[in-house]
Design a protein around this ligand. Structure first.
Ligand SMILES: NC(=O)C1=CN([C@@H]2O[C@H](COP(=O)(O)OP(=O)(O)OC[C@H]3O[C@@H](n4cnc5c(N)ncnc54)[C@H](OP(=O)(O)O)[C@@H]3O)[C@@H](O)[C@H]2O)C=CC1
Ligand SMILES: [Mg+2]
Length: 368
């Protein structure tokens, strides 16, 4: 084992002892990433695989080429949307009755999450249910070259769980060598003017290669049946905020989220028909380009099997094209006990898309 690997072991090991943070508000303290050594993603991946050696191999998922007519002179922007399952909720509240407790051990589940991120190497990472930001994801992803932002839920249900690691919330990471942060907004969502427990982060980024700007947002709307009107109001508030941030859709937009809403819900319809002119990227995987996938989350609770489409990547349909999207896991891969499991760390699947800017008509002529 070379020096680099030993350093990594200590980096990973450092994050393994994070449960101590529950006694102190240490989750609010983060080491200065400027003083941390960069990590080679390949070496970190090897470290994760070493920790996971007793587990079954990860599932194979392929990117589906969604050939667009538009040529592009710049590399695509890869965006990952993922509700990673808060550790405190998975162990303390979610009641995944078919998932063995050993499959939820943070020391290993953390490596499964990192393995998924490292396998697809997104340029932008939009996460929900993050309750290990300061002790795990921020230090490690900073060393991989990401700039991160975290916005915790004001009354995170994680705080009700014994030995919790602090509140869960949304996190947004982008690769610093590809983008420059132009502005950033942490948004506490309202519903009919009332402040709610749900949040969003919206950032305007500038691509270093092309100089083009776009806005990227991440959110996690209120869960559970009976809250459809509440989610709808939260969605309207988010759309209003995004209208302002994008100067009325002048700046192209990508919105990632666990909307906790099926495509039949009002909040979905608000997004689909908004004047921001958004399309849902994963519809493009369907034969007619009009249908959402059959599920993005699949679990078994005491109440029974829960198979739903709740997670989306919305994008400005005029300014951006989806070049490819990562296929979902099949029912066979997910297996009879559903998610989470020994080989997949969350009850939600990650969604990953490659975007490119549609060229302005003048630039397009030059490329042809
Ligand atoms: N500490 C305090 O003083 C206070 C604490 N609270 C806590 O906050 C909670 C409400 O917070 P809120 O943000 O509105 O929560 P939500 O209703 O949005 O759900 C919170 C989490 O629970 C998961 N969830 C969804 N359905 C179920 C289910 N059937 N069983 C178990 N978990 C589920 C969701 O995961 P997913 O999105 O993946 O479906 C989500 O991450 C209360 O239950 C309470 O515990 C509230 C106020 C004050
Ligand atoms: Mg959840």
């Amino acid at each position: 084992m070379g020096n680099g690997t030993s350093r990594l072991y200590s980096a990973l090991a450092k994050t393994l002892n994070s449960s101590a943070a529950s006694q102190h508000p240490e989750y609010l303290v983060s080491p200065d990433p400027e003083h941390l050594e960069p990590i080679d993603p390949k070496e970190l991946l090897e470290e994760c695989r070493a920790v996971l050696h007793t587990r079954p191999p990860r599932f194979q998922r392929d990117f589906v080429d969604l050939r667009t007519d538009c040529p592009s002179s710049h590399p695509p922007i890869r965006v990952m949307q993922w509700n990673i399952l808060a550790q405190a909720l998975g162990e303390g509240k979610d009641n995944f009755v078919q998932c063995p407790v050993e499959a939820l051990k943070w020391e290993e589940r953390k490596c499964l999450i990192l393995e998924e991120i490292l396998a697809y190497q997104p340029d932008i990472l939009c996460l929900q249910e993050v309750d290990h930001y300061f002790d795990t994801f921020h230090p490690l992803l900073s060393r991989l070259g990401y700039q991160g932002t975290f916005f915790p839920k004001p009354w995170s249900p994680c705080l009700d769980v014994e030995h919790n690691n602090g509140p869960d919330g949304c996190a947004l990471f982008f690769l610093q060598n590809r983008f420059k942060l132009v502005n950033s907004a942490n948004i506490r969502l309202t519903a009919m003017t009332l402040k709610t427990n749900q949040v969003a982060i919206a950032q305007t980024l500038e691509c270093k290669e092309s100089g083009r700007q776009f806005c990227i947002a991440v959110t996690h709307l209120k869960a559970r049946t009976g809250w459809e009107r509440f989610r709808s109001a939260q969605g309207c508030d988010l759309l209003q905020n995004l209208q302002n941030i994008t100067q009325g859709a002048k700046i192209p937009l990508i919105v990632c989220g666990d909307f906790n809403a099926e495509p039949t819900e009002e909040v979905y319809k608000h997004f689909a028909s908004s004047s921001l002119n958004l399309n849902s990227a994963y519809k493009l995987l369907s034969a007619d380009g009009q249908s959402e996938p059959p599920y993005t989350t699949w679990k078994i609770r005491t109440s029974g099997e829960c198979r739903h489409t709740l997670d989306y990547i919305w994008y400005s349909r005029q300014a951006l094209s989806v070049r490819s999207a990562l296929d979902l896991l099949t029912e066979e891969q997910i297996g009879p006990n559903r998610l989470p499991s020994f080989n997949y760390p969350s009850d939600h699947l990650s969604l990953v898309c490659d975007f490119s800017f549609n060229e302005e008509p003048d630039a397009l002529l030059k490329l042809l």
